[in-house]
Design a protein around this ligand. Structure first.
Ligand SMILES: NC(=O)c1ccc[n+]([C@@H]2O[C@H](COP(=O)([O-])OP(=O)(O)OC[C@H]3O[C@@H](n4cnc5c(N)ncnc54)[C@H](O)[C@@H]3O)[C@@H](O)[C@H]2O)c1
Ligand SMILES: O=C(O)C1=N[C@H](C(=O)O)CCC1
Length: 269
């Protein structure tokens, strides 16, 4: 046992998982305590360093979450909704902070995460970067300042492998824009325009998604009014911004009481 907090990476072979294995291993404030993958994955049983084509780092990839978390205080999870919901219960049993970057969660998934957060710390955000969380604050402020003559549209772009839309970030920004107007996003979201849609409804918040190539993540919040437009933009050029936020969240979460938290709590925004 070590005094340095141990962090497990779930989905270790994924785009974010590989990034996180590196970030956790290289950070002197924590140590890589485990690497998890789905049952049947070719990395299970291999040293995670070797599996990534690098020198061995002494951590074997497992498909058993309890085994992975036996010497850990936190788990960082950028995987898929079903995997994240299943892990939440096990992380709570293991008293490990569960940092969730997974997007595409539905209402049912979210209520299961709320249940797990009664016994454990969960930190979840559709985007873990400082820049996007600051943009979210700015979006709420601008939305509050403008009247309904300004139409709000959120345009996001991501790589061709992304499976969910709108992105978790776009939904975070949409929630903030709705909040600024004292509205609930689910009542005013326009998520899929096609064909004869009719004129835009005042007060609605529109979403558009671009998918292609290796775009890391780009988000515009457009406030289109009569005779002028305000555009707030964030462009991610390196996935490390999400990974660094997640590691920060795991270390922060280790000092908190059980409950549901987000990156605004972690960053004090
Ligand atoms: N919140 C953020 O800041 C942020 C940033 C980037 C990506 N994401 C989200 O993170 C998720 C993953 O993104 P990615 O680009 O790394 O995807 P990816 O497809 O490259 O990786 C997903 C990984 O999860 C693994 N996995 C699936 N089921 C599993 C299970 N039951 N147990 C363990 N591992 C399992 C897969 O094998 C794969 O390695 C997506 O939902 C994405 O939208 C969020
Ligand atoms: O690559 C992804 O997938 C990303 N997902 C998050 C989202 O859905 O907003 C954050 C940006 C990258």
């Amino acid at each position: 046992m070590s005094d340095i907090p141990g962090i497990v990476v779930n989905g270790a072979s994924g785009r974010m998982g590989r990034m996180l294995v590196n970030l956790v291993s290289e950070n002197p404030a924590c140590r890589l305590a485990g690497a998890l993958e789905r049952p049947g994955h070719e990395w299970v049983g291999l040293d995670v360093g070797t599996a990534m084509g690098k020198p061995a780092i002494g951590v074997t990839v497992t498909d058993d979450p309890l085994e992975a978390m036996k010497d850990a205080q936190g788990v960082i999870d950028f995987t898929a909704p079903a995997a994240t919901v299943a892990l939440a219960e096990i992380a709570a049993q293991a008293r490990a902070v569960h940092v969730i970057g997974t997007t595409g969660l539905d209402e049912d998934d979210l209520s299961k995460l709320e249940a797990a957060a009664r016994h454990a710390v969960i930190v979840r955000a559709g985007n873990m970067s400082f820049g996007v969380n600051l943009l979210t604050k700015l979006t709420e402020t601008v939305s509050k300042a403008l009247d309904m003559e300004f139409d709000i549209e959120i345009v996001e772009a991501h790589h061709k492998h992304k499976v969910d839309a709108p992105s978790g970030t776009a939904l975070m920004l949409g929630e903030a824009a709705a909040e600024g107007r004292g509205l609930r996003l689910d009542k005013v979201a326009d998520r899929g325009r096609d064909g004869i849609t009719g004129e835009r409804e005042e007060g609605h918040i529109g979403f558009s998604a671009i998918r292609g190539g290796d775009i890391v993540g780009e988000h515009d919040v457009i406030f289109a009014g009569p005779g002028e437009r305000i555009i707030l933009r964030h462009v991610a050029t390196d996935r490390a911004i999400f990974g660094r936020g997640a590691v920060k969240a795991a270390l922060w979460g280790m000092g908190q009481k059980p409950g549901s938290y987000d990156m605004m709590d972690v960053l004090g925004l």
